[in-house]
Ligand binder design. Structure first.
Ligand SMILES: Cc1cc2nc3c(=O)[nH]c(=O)nc-3n(C[C@H](O)[C@H](O)[C@H](O)COP(=O)(O)OP(=O)(O)OC[C@H]3O[C@@H](n4cnc5c(N)ncnc54)[C@H](O)[C@@H]3O)c2cc1C
Length: 437
């Protein structure tokens, strides 16, 4: 795979890998790292670790993008990458319990873990906490799109689509809250460029005339998320990375000279270090390494419909909390947040709730002719920040808990986390994300 030495510096040798990214053969090349979870976070981390010369094995109990990284909305929208808990949550929390069609669904169940999560989550639903978290998100949000470009330039064969995002309101009374939110994103340090559209149907003819106001949010992008993760893994494999799919990791144990990753079938792999990128399943393996922050599955649903003419721009309905994205010639409609366990089956009534909330917002879309119905679990932390970095065992790291934003923040997470795994240095931007907080 490695074919020639092209540069020799004081402490690094740069090697050319066949048509693929340049591999920096520093001390990292001595290290063997196992990454568990082949979603956007695990795939990006593996890619960066390999790029820095490490021997990397990427594991998944199922395969590439088998968790939340497949049917999501695929938005690379730094301006919308904000904390989930906001002061309005207090108002609609009660509605969420009583109304099964509400965009946020909380089951009435005696589930101690869930109620512990909710209690901690709701304490962050204040303006002060929102702004604090938003300011901690901004440095990563700013690096998010360049991190995608870096991967594409270095051989990941997939595209990002820069398009205006259309933010649509059925009732003008809902606009104020959104504009206020965008002002707060600006105050937190991120540029936001929005403009009211006079004729939104000239951009998307299928938008219903029932819609009162539409704004264009500029400078954001989207991707086809599942195929993008696959492209990262393909690039990683082409550069000499290894994958092993179809086996579930049961535990990680410390050994004198590294770690052992134990599978449920009794087999094991020895390595110098392990990275847990297991999405909504993170606490299962991470808890014993001192990661106390709960990560709850915030399950969302999506499906795709045909659109003629093809829809080229994403659409967001903030009041309905529905996100729509062009997806491989079709139109993907995604929404809802239900706090259930990640492995529970898809609930058709949640798909119906999405349809009911958008059916009078489009014309000429057959919402009954659906493909790819899907449920996936956003890994939601209580304070709106992901968990990225070393655990109390310096050979075990975590990257996860990105909630609604693990796709946009996956590559930057992989970049910064891989540096920490290989050098021990914690990037300043990652300090608030300490998994032991
Ligand atoms: C409806 C919806 C819309 C969304 N829209 C967006 C969006 O537009 N933009 C955005 O940025 N984010 C979005 N998200 C959130 C985003 O999908 C997640 O934050 C992101 O996919 C999380 O990635 P991950 O790699 O951490 O986890 P996952 O993609 O869930 O990957 C975890 C992997 O770990 C594997 N695994 C778990 N346990 C084990 C084990 N014990 N052994 C082996 N393997 C294991 C799983 O099989 C899985 O493949 C959306 C989510 C939903 C549900």
């Amino acid at each position: 795979m490695i074919v020639m030495v092209i540069h020799k510096g004081a402490d690094s040798v740069v090697l050319r890998v066949k048509e693929e990214f340049e591999l920096a053969a520093t001390d990292s090349s001595q290290k063997k790292i196992v990454v568990i979870g082949a979603g956007m976070v695990g795939a990006s981390t593996s890619w960066h670790l390999r790029k820095q010369g490490a021997e990397v094995i990427l594991l998944d109990r199922k395969g590439v993008a088998a968790g939340s990284s497949w049917g999501n909305a695929g938005w690379l929208a730094p301006a919308l990458t904000m904390p989930l808990a906001e002061s309005a949550l207090w108002g609609y929390m009660a509605k969420s319990i009583l109304d099964p069609n509400a965009p946020l669904h909380i089951p009435v169940r005696l589930d101690v873990k869930l109620w512990n999560f909710l209690l901690r989550f709701i304490t962050h639903a204040t303006d002060k906490s929102w702004m604090k978290t938003m300011k901690q998100l901004v440095p990563l949000n700013k690096m998010a799109l360049p991190s995608y470009d870096e991967m594409i330039k270095a051989g990941v064969k997939a595209e990002t689509f820069p398009r205006d995002f259309l933010i649509a309101f059925k009732n003008s009374k809902d606009v104020k809250g959104f504009i206020h939110e965008m002002d707060n994103v600006r105050k937190a340090g991120l540029e936001v460029n929005i403009e009211k559209l006079d004729d939104p149907q000239s951009v998307i003819p299928q938008l219903s005339k029932n819609i009162a106001e539409v704004y264009a949010l500029r400078d954001q992008r989207f991707i086809a998320p599942g195929p993008f993760v696959q492209a990262i893994v393909d690039s990683f494999v082409k550069a000499g990375g290894t994958t092993e799919f179809g086996k579930e990791v049961a535990d990680i144990v410390d050994t004198a000279d590294g770690v052992e990753v134990l599978f449920t079938d009794g087999s094991k792999i020895a390595a110098d270090a392990a990275v847990l990128a297991t999405g909504a399943w993170l606490p299962k393996l991470a808890k014993k390494f001192g990661v106390k922050e709960p990560v709850q599955a915030g399950r969302g649903y999506s499906f795709s419909v045909a659109a003629s003419p093809e829809i080229k721009n994403p659409v967001y309905f903030p009041a309905q909390r529905v996100a729509c994205t062009p997806y491989q010639g079709r139109f993907r409609i995604a929404g809802t947040m239900e706090f259930l366990r990640p492995d529970e089956p898809l609930k058709p009534k949640r798909i119906r709730a999405i349809i009911n909330s958008v059916k009078d917002l489009f014309t000429g879309l057959d919402l009954e002719d659906r493909q790819d119905e899907w449920v996936g679990s956003r890994p939601v932390s209580t304070d709106g920040l992901a968990l990225i970095g070393a655990t109390k065992n310096p050979k075990v790291f975590v990257g996860g808990g990105h909630g609604m934003w693990g796709v946009v923040l996956g590559p930057v997470t992989g970049k910064l986390l891989s540096e920490q795994v290989l050098t021990g240095k914690v990037a300043e931007e990652l300090e608030p994300y300490n998994p032991l907080r």
